[in-house]
Design a protein around this ligand. Structure first.
Ligand SMILES: Cc1cc2nc3c(=O)[nH]c(=O)nc-3n(C[C@H](O)[C@H](O)[C@H](O)COP(=O)(O)OP(=O)(O)OC[C@H]3O[C@@H](n4cnc5c(N)ncnc54)[C@H](O)[C@@H]3O)c2cc1C
Length: 290
């Protein structure tokens, strides 16, 4: 099958991108790395009137630390962020997640922000964004607005972005020094799409958990936070019983979908195991004993 006909506009800046989106109307789509959009065109799951190519927009290409955040621009390639020392320092969970997303040639073209805008319910990068916390910065011709990470994902391939908006950048919260992180996933073969993923961040104060985050994907239409499980860990020593109970609490109410890769019951069980593993590794990296 061939892609349906579409117009193509290459832009050099964010301002040009939002002007083009406003001019071309709601059927126009942003083209970032093209690693999800072009396959969708090829099988006619998408039929945009125009593609607005931001791949060479210079003011969207940076990935750097800024005021307690790690900021990734819309045209920053996954491979570049994965190998950026500032990302390893400020957002190591994101770096781990990128390293598991597809193969190296895909990561050379694909963007971090494109993966978040695409909002595949099993994807790694959105899971890391949700766990780490932060904001998505949307821009249109009237200006910018920020959307908290926990409000950004609204359903499978659905986000809080409005027609005509460019996801200009994502700003991930920088966790305090000494935070441990871990990203776990289960897939049926090496480098294939994950069935279930789990991300964890843990910070300890004198051996006691004082901050924790858990995010899981592949268990519903969007990645989910284990908010109650996180709260239950605060003030606790990070022993195996506490981590196991938190993993159970984070996954008990999930109602995952069933598909050819696994039943809903299987996905929930895998999620419990992955959360426990991720928490245990994060605690060890934070300097705790498990
Ligand atoms: C063989 C293969 C294997 C893969 N394996 C994995 C995997 O294991 N895990 C995984 O997570 N992903 C995987 N991917 C997908 C890959 O990570 C994509 O790069 C990513 O999903 C989308 O990023 P992109 O920059 O390519 O976006 P594009 O394909 O250009 O865009 C995707 C969608 O997001 C929209 N969009 C993009 N950027 C913006 C923006 N700034 N503002 C508003 N809308 C925007 C587009 O309009 C489009 O609807 C795989 C892809 C391939 C081809």
């Amino acid at each position: 099958m061939k892609a349906p006909p579409f117009g193509y506009r290459r832009v050099d800046s964010a301002a040009e991108a939002v002007a083009a989106l406003a001019e071309l109307g709601s059927e126009a789509r942003v083209l970032a790395g093209g690693q999800s959009l072009l396959p969708m065109l090829a099988i006619r799951l998408a039929s945009p009137s125009h593609l607005v190519d931001i791949g060479r927009a210079g003011d969207l290409s940076s990935a750097s630390a800024d005021n307690g955040s790690f900021v990734v621009g819309a045209s920053a390639r996954q491979w570049v962020v994965e190998h950026e020392p500032a990302a390893t320092a400020a957002a190591p969970l994101l770096v781990d997640a990128i390293g598991r997303a597809g193969q190296v040639p895909i990561r050379h073209r694909g963007t971090v922000v494109g993966s978040i805008a695409h909002a595949d319910p099993s994807a790694e990068i959105p899971t890391a964004f949700l766990a780490q916390g932060g904001t998505a910065v949307a821009q249109d011709t009237s200006g910018t607005r920020t959307i908290p990470a926990e409000e950004f994902f609204q359903g499978p391939y659905m986000t809080a972005l409005r027609d005509g908006e460019l996801l200009r950048e994502v700003r991930l919260d920088r966790w305090p020094d000494g935070t441990g992180h871990a990203f776990e996933e289960f897939s049926h073969s090496h480098e294939s799409w994950p069935v279930v993923t789990a991300a964890a961040l843990v910070h300890l104060d004198q051996g006691v958990i004082d901050r924790a985050a858990i995010a899981i994907s592949g268990v519903g239409g969007t990645p989910v936070r284990g908010t109650e499980a996180e709260a239950s860990l605060i003030g606790q020593a990070p022993d195996p019983d506490a981590l196991g109970a938190a993993a159970e609490a984070a996954t008990a109410d999930l109602q995952p979908f069933s598909d050819v890769f696994g039943s809903g019951t299987y996905r929930r069980k895998v999620a419990t195991v992955l959360v426990r593993r991720a928490m245990s590794t994060a605690v060890a990296r934070a300097g705790g004993a498990t």
